[in-house]
Write a protein that binds this ligand. Structure first.
Ligand SMILES: Nc1ncnc2c1ncn2[C@@H]1O[C@H](COP(=O)(O)OP(=O)(O)OP(=O)(O)O)[C@@H](O)[C@H]1O
Ligand SMILES: [Mg+2]
Length: 382
């Protein structure tokens, strides 16, 4: 359907795409992942001709849309785009936002454009917002409108550039639901996203971008579970494992927890488990370890395994041997134990002097109990 033939995109200071070739088939749902600055947005903008390639060709159904004199508007009608920041017209109502392009670019009558717009608003669950202005909508609603607006043009392909990354965590799932619904309808799509479980659920191909092109491609299972190349492996590990080093007395724990929340959200961790992970790290790091060491040097790894909904926390900390079972903070220890299925401690008395603690956080929804105290009530509201 779309054949990309050795395109290069050069900016004054960067060449994010070098001699990239790939074919997109009808019905493909492709997730594009990769480190920042590796040309994911650039690739999408090239395909849509928002930012045409410096050299190379893009063929759409056999027709070279990068050829001189090709009508860009024609390509844009076939290739729709959804941006991270919605890009709705603030001075127009929702329904006007949806009717504009079909009337201006496709010559649809007012009535036709209106009917189609209402049908699509219904599809994204926002029929009752037709007469509102974008400012009156939540981020998730705005993005659903932006998707409906894109669909109004009946595009053959939809390109989405991190459609949920500007949203509050609470709104991510409503937008994902709309995109999931689209992917099931057989629409050809390419979506830049780092939400692994979501990418797994919707796509048949994953492109990992790095080093000026598609560095590795495969099915979601191949890329997320068994990446072959070293860079892909490292990147996937970073998506899967949350890693932090706490290395000073003025450590920013608020930032730590914000990033942890983002990681847990990206991995779709259920609220009860999320709560236990947060609780155990707070008790362990802030209440037990941090006060014990004058110069904290603590390395934290959190890994969530989606297949069995379990979470493992590995913490290494340097200095004197310190088994947390000997802490004087009994309450925190009880809280921590109540979240854990297993805890294993070891100390390596080599020059590095490393303590290592591995904790398996309990899955499921049972009450948290420990040290004779019941914490079930804490969980109720999560
Ligand atoms: N309009 C532009 N002018 C100059 N350089 C640009 C332009 N757009 C992108 N670049 C550069 O091209 C490279 C790739 O950018 P791009 O936005 O495609 O990366 P990305 O993979 O989408 O990253 P992110 O994950 O941060 O969105 C970057 O080095 C960027 O600075
Ligand atoms: Mg980008």
């Amino acid at each position: 359907m779309i054949e990309i033939r050795s395109i290069t995109k050069q900016f004054q200071t960067a060449t994010p795409l070098k001699d990239l070739s790939v074919t997109i088939h009808r019905g493909d749902v492709i997730s594009v992942i990769g480190p920042s600055g590796t040309g994911k947005s650039t690739l999408i903008r090239c395909i849509n001709l928002l930012d045409p390639p410096t050299s190379g060709q893009i063929l759409f159904e056999g027709e070279d849309i990068t050829a001189k004199g090709y009508d860009i508007k024609k390509a844009r009608q076939k290739i729709g785009m959804v941006f991270q920041s919605f890009n709705l017209f603030g001075h127009l109502t929702v329904i006007e936002n949806l009717m504009l392009a079909p009337m201006e670019l496709k010559g649809k009558s007012r009535q036709e454009a209106y009917d189609k717009a209402m049908e699509l608003l219904q599809r994204v669950g926002l029929r009752e917002k037709a007469l509102r202005y974008p400012d009156e909508l939540s981020g998730g609603q705005k993005q659903r409108v932006a998707i409906a607006r894109c669909l109004c043009m009946d595009p053959d392909v939809i390109l989405l550039d991190e459609p949920t990354s500007a949203l509050d965590p609470a709104m991510v799932s409503e937008v994902q639901a709309v995109i999931r619904d689209l992917s099931k309808s057989g629409k050809t799509m390419m979506i830049v996203t780092h939400e692994m479980n979501f990418a797994r659920a919707i796509s048949n191909r994953v492109f990992y971008m790095d080093q000026g092109g598609i560095y590795e491609e495969g099915t979601p299972e191949e890329i997320f579970d068994n990446p072959k190349k070293e860079r892909t492996r490292r990147f996937i590990k970073r998506l899967k494992v949350f890693e932090k080093v706490i290395d000073g007395r003025d450590y920013d724990f608020i930032g730590f927890h914000a990033e942890l929340d983002k990681y847990l959200m990206q991995n779709d961790v259920k609220p009860a488990l999320k709560y236990r992970i947060r609780l155990s790290l707070e008790e362990l790091l802030q209440q037990i370890l941090f006060p014990e060491f004058e110069k904290p040097d603590i390395h934290v790894e959190v890994e969530y395994a989606a297949h069995d909904e379990k979470c493992r926390i590995a913490v290494t900390y340097r200095g004197k041997a310190f088994d947390i079972n000997n802490t004087e903070n009994e309450l925190s220890l009880a809280m921590l134990k109540s979240t854990a299925e297993n805890m294993a401690y070891s100390y390596c008395d080599d020059p590095e002097k490393t303590n290592r603690l591995e904790i398996d956080i309990r899955g499921g929804f049972e009450k948290i109990t420990g040290g004779g105290v019941t914490f079930g009530s804490i969980l109720k509201n999560t």
